[in-house]
Design a protein around this ligand. Structure first.
Ligand SMILES: [Ca+2]
Ligand SMILES: [Ca+2]
Length: 288
C-alpha cells in the first residue's frame, strides 16, 4: 500500500499546520496491489467520508476545527485483500481564527446609559454602564474608556459583561467613549459613545422676609429670599395654602428673589388664628 510518508509529505507541502478556517480539504494519495477498499478521515470519534478525485487520490473534507486547539486528524485506508490490511496517517493542524479576522467586537446593551445620539441625564455624578462585549473569532483583548477625551482606565469584566462606573465629577455635559479591541492580528476595534448630562439640584436658600411663621403680616406682603446656588439658572415658584400638602401656585417661574403677593383670604388681625394663618412655599426650579 502506498500511503503514509508520501501522503504526509504531500500534506505538508500543500498546507501549513496553521490554518485560518475551521475546515480543511486534505488530498490523500493511496494505492495498493489489491486496490483500496475504503478510505476515511477522523477527528477523534468523528469520521469524515472522502471524495475520490482520481484513481489514487481522495480528498477528505474535515470540518468543525476549534479555534486555537491543536487538532489531530487521521486518514485510514483499507485494502481490498482478504485480510483487509489498513494503514493510518495522522497529522496535527491548528485553526487560528484570528489570522483572517476583520470583524470588530460587538456590543450588547445590558443596563445603564445607552450609547448613541441621545443624552442621558444624571442626577448624581456617577453612572454605571454595563454592556456585553464579545468577539466570536478572536476574543476580546482590551476594553478601556475615555472621559472627555482623556483615557481613564480599563473596563472591568464581570462575568460576560463589562461594567463601568464613571464619575463625571462636575455638572454639565460629558462624553464617555468605551473602546474594545479584539485579539486578531489586525486588532479590530469598535467603540461606543455616551453623552451624559449631569445636572445638580439647586442648593438650599432661606426666606428673608416675612419671617417664617410670622404674625401680623400685611395683606399685600413682599416676600424676599436668598439666592439658591446652581450651575445653571435657577427659577422660583411660589405656592400658597393652609397645608403644605394642599398648595396653590401663586406665581409662575421667576428668577427674581422678591415677590409681592395678594394673599387671598388672609385676615388682618392682631391675633392670627390657625385657620387664618397661611403657608407660603417657595420652590427653586431647575432648568432643563
Ligand atoms: Ca474580531
Ligand atoms: Ca441645576
Amino acid at each position: 500500500m502506498i500511503f503514509g510518508e508520501e501522503a504526509g509529505r504531500k500534506l505538508w507541502l500543500l498546507h501549513s499546520s496553521l490554518i485560518s478556517q475551521s475546515s480543511i480539504n486534505v488530498p490523500v494519495v493511496a494505492g495498493d496491489a489489491s486496490s483500496i477498499r475504503s478510505l476515511s478521515g477522523a477527528i477523534g470519534n468523528e469520521t469524515f467520508s472522502p471524495t475520490k478525485t482520481s484513481d489514487s487520490v481522495w480528498t477528505v473534507a474535515f470540518t468543525g476545527l476549534e479555534h486555537n486547539v491543536h487538532t489531530e486528524l487521521s486518514v485510514t485506508a483499507v485494502d481490498s485483500s482478504y485480510y483487509q490490511n489498513d494503514s493510518t496517517i495522522t497529522f496535527t493542524i491548528t485553526y487560528d481564527s484570528t489570522l483572517t479576522d476583520d470583524v470588530p467586537p460587538g456590543f450588547t446593551w445590558k443596563s445603564g446609559p445607552v450609547a448613541g445620539a441621545q443624552t442621558t441625564r444624571l442626577t448624581t455624578s456617577t453612572a454605571t454602564i454595563v454592556y456585553a462585549i464579545a468577539d466570536a473569532r478572536s476574543g476580546i483583548k482590551r476594553v478601556y474608556y475615555t472621559l472627555d477625551g482623556t483615557e481613564v482606565n480599563d473596563v472591568a469584566k464581570t462575568g460576560d459583561d463589562y461594567s463601568l462606573t464613571v464619575d463625571v465629577q462636575t455638572a454639565g455635559t460629558h462624553k464617555v467613549v468605551i473602546h474594545a479591541i479584539d485579539n486578531a492580528t489586525s486588532q479590530n476595534r469598535d467603540s461606543l459613545v455616551f453623552t451624559l448630562d449631569y445636572n445638580t439640584k439647586p442648593g438650599s436658600f432661606e426666606l428673608s422676609a416675612p419671617a417664617d411663621n410670622a404674625n401680623d403680616v400685611a395683606v399685600l406682603p413682599t416676600f424676599s429670599w436668598t439666592a439658591s446656588s446652581d450651575d445653571d439658572d435657577v427659577f422660583y415658584r411660589v405656592k400658597y395654602g393652609q397645608s403644605s400638602t394642599a398648595l396653590t401656585t401663586l406665581s409662575g417661574e421667576t428668577e427674581s428673589l422678591i415677590l409681592t403677593l395678594i394673599l387671598i383670604g388672609m385676615k388682618q388681625c392682631s391675633t392670627v388664628t390657625p385657620e387664618a394663618k397661611k403657608k407660603v412655599l417657595i420652590l427653586p426650579i431647575r432648568t432643563a
